[in-house]
Design a protein around this ligand. Sequence first.
Ligand SMILES: Nc1ncnc2c1ncn2[C@@H]1O[C@H](COP(=O)(O)OP(=O)(O)O)[C@@H](O)[C@H]1O
Ligand SMILES: [Mg+2]
Length: 357
Amino acid sequence: MHEREAVSPEADVDELRIEGALRPRVLDEFVGQERVREQLSLVLHSAQRRNRAPDHILMSGGPGLGKTTLAMIIAAELGAPLRISSGPAIERSGDLAAVLSTLQEGEVLFLDEIHRMARPAEEMLYVAMEDFRVDVVVGKGPGATAIPLDIAPFTLVGATTRAGMLPAPLRDRFGFTAHMDFYEPAELERILHRSAGLLGAPLDEEAAREIAGRSRGTPRIANRLLRRVRDYAEVRGDGQLTLANAHAALELYEVDELGLDRLDRAILDVLMNRFRGGPVGLSTLAVSVGEEAETVEVVAEPFLVRSGFLARTPRGRVATPQAWTHMGITPPPDAAFGAAQAVADATGAAGTNGATP
Ligand SMILES: Nc1ncnc2c1ncn2[C@@H]1O[C@H](COP(=O)(O)OP(=O)(O)O)[C@@H](O)[C@H]1O
Ligand SMILES: [Mg+2]
């Protein structure tokens, strides 16, 4: 599904390099997330005034909203070295001990996808975060002993797309949690103009507005669509990033006028045509569109819920009346189930940052 990849909020290896080049380096260049920026700036500055490593920081939010970017900015603002690892890379507590015991004083340790860390490592991390100590276990079985080892004071920056999956003891050890929300169209326009400048491809105002409106509130998608528009303009157009070229490119990549992509529409399509609008459980829905449940839940759903197309009810996912209208499908008479309920849920859920309870 090449088209899907073209707009997927998950980064693929090829595009990571370009993505890196487009990353803002300092807090002032980081667009939007006003509140997070202010809170973070306070945390960092007060730590610097006290000449101490700042509290551990957790960043939660969907893919492509700027978590990795902020982690790098934190280290840069502190003038501290940065060590990068991730939950899935830490399979055994020994892996974590190796990282922790070689940290320098004041180093920033970025753990991406921290909710995927193995259990025993998690427990080691609690102690390290709180007491700057690791207990290294020597030997096996009944004769095993734990040797406490002091480690340098460091700042953990954790990122997660699923804050709800973090065990409470871990969540509680972060001094500050930054909740990253979807971006406003105007913010995405600013990001697009900045990126276009860095790519050396000046962007028309209307083209920027058009791309921003279809970026699902997500900078990574905005930047990616920008590159698709640039490709199109170079190969098929006159090289100018104009509204006409933007329209044509976005149509080619099957991004609709509200930013719904193939997966979004596949979900709504299955929900309406196979399940009469729902309710249907997440895993059934995921199997029906050939995706992992987590992909549906983390990548597609938050935007569908926020746009008022999908409601999460206790009995399952439901297509809202707006969704039927947008997809141009007439609901069957009995699909009226919970139409009112769905609207209530959609509006109720819209403010929750897409988190699943
Ligand atoms: N606030 C922002 N301002 C400018 N660019 C941003 C912002 N947030 C994200 N980006 C861009 O979007 C891309 C994805 O951001 P990233 O930090 O990797 O997201 P995440 O780690 O949350 O998945 C990067 O290329 C980055 O340049
Ligand atoms: Mg990231």
